[in-house]
Write a protein of this length. Structure first.
Length: 282
């Protein structure tokens, strides 16, 4: 009989529990090695730049896109997008005549490479909500406050360009690149929109009336010039007849249609010329 607590051996005299323990230990070591190998590599996708963080310390140099190695378990690579991004935002502004102007904007921006690390440190890689949107709103409010609501509607593109320039100055062109600001929608109060529409209609009608007046003036001047030309022509013809009476006969010959009998000359001219009328041949 075996005593209680005695070690059980297999047919070869080995302890089966020790063999199982070695197998489990080997599997654990292999699993740890796999995790360590996976943790020691990184991939930065196209359109991104990597920021190396080791035990809470950020490296001052960014990592370019591609594959690389890092210290396992203690170093991580955080991705920051550098391709152009588009975000929508709303802004409530007031014009110089204290009219409320509501706008919907599309802001196009991108993060330059030299700002990747700082953007990650200060804005966790997403600077729109905490940096770009407030500066764009501030810039747009400053610009619209200098113009009436009517001018904001008429000079929409100019308002946009001035707001874009102001936003770039506030954000810093070397820190972030604001590519464009698109005013997607611009809304005024219904009463103000109706008043502006009526005024624009009246201006168009006034422009049409001015055009008609200018056209009438041009037509009158043209008629005067034409009348002066005809009068001068008649004067020249009269003077030509005084100098050479035969001039009239030559003009008659030029105007003759070749069908009616034509007699030129007569008493006092010294010349008598009769052109016979011949019927046209069929």
């Amino acid at each position: 009989m075996r005593r209680a607590g005695a070690t059980i051996l297999d047919a070869d005299g080995r302890n089966p529990n020790a063999w199982v323990g070695k197998l489990i230990g080997g599997a654990v070591v292999f699993f740890v090695l796999i995790i360590a190998a996976a943790s020691s590599t990184y991939v930065v996708e196209p359109g991104f730049r990597g920021v190396k963080v080791t035990l809470g310390t950020v490296s001052p140099e960014f990592m370019k896109e591609g594959f690389g190695f890092k210290t396992p378990f203690i170093t991580s690579i955080e991705n920051v997008m550098v391709r152009q991004q588009t975000h929508e935002m709303k802004a409530e502004c007031y014009s110089s005549d204290l009219q409320q102007v509501n706008t919907v904007l599309q802001v196009l921006y991108r993060v330059p490479e030299q700002s990747v690390v700082k953007i990650f440190q200060e804005y966790a890689g997403a600077p729109f909500d905490s940096l770009i949107a407030p500066r764009v709103q501030e810039a747009l409010k400053e610009v619209t406050a200098l113009h009436t609501a009517e001018m904001i509607v008429k000079q929409r593109e100019e308002i946009k360009m001035r707001a874009l320039e102001a936003a770039r100055r506030k954000i810093g062109t070397n820190f972030l690149v604001v590519v464009d600001v698109v005013i997607q929608d611009l809304t005024l109060s219904h009463e103000l929109e109706t008043a502006i529409e009526h005024k624009m209609v009246r201006e168009q009608e006034a422009n049409k009336a001015r055009f008609a007046q200018e056209q009438a003036k041009i037509d009158a001047e043209t008629a005067i010039i034409k009348a002066k030309g005809e009068a001068e022509s008649l004067t020249l013809r009269g003077e030509a007849l005084k100098v050479n009476p035969v001039y009239l006969d030559s003009q008659i010959v030029e105007k003759w249609d070749g069908e009616s009998p034509l007699v030129i000359g007569g008493k006092g001219s010294g010349v008598l010329l009769q052109l016979p009328a011949e019927p046209r041949k069929p």
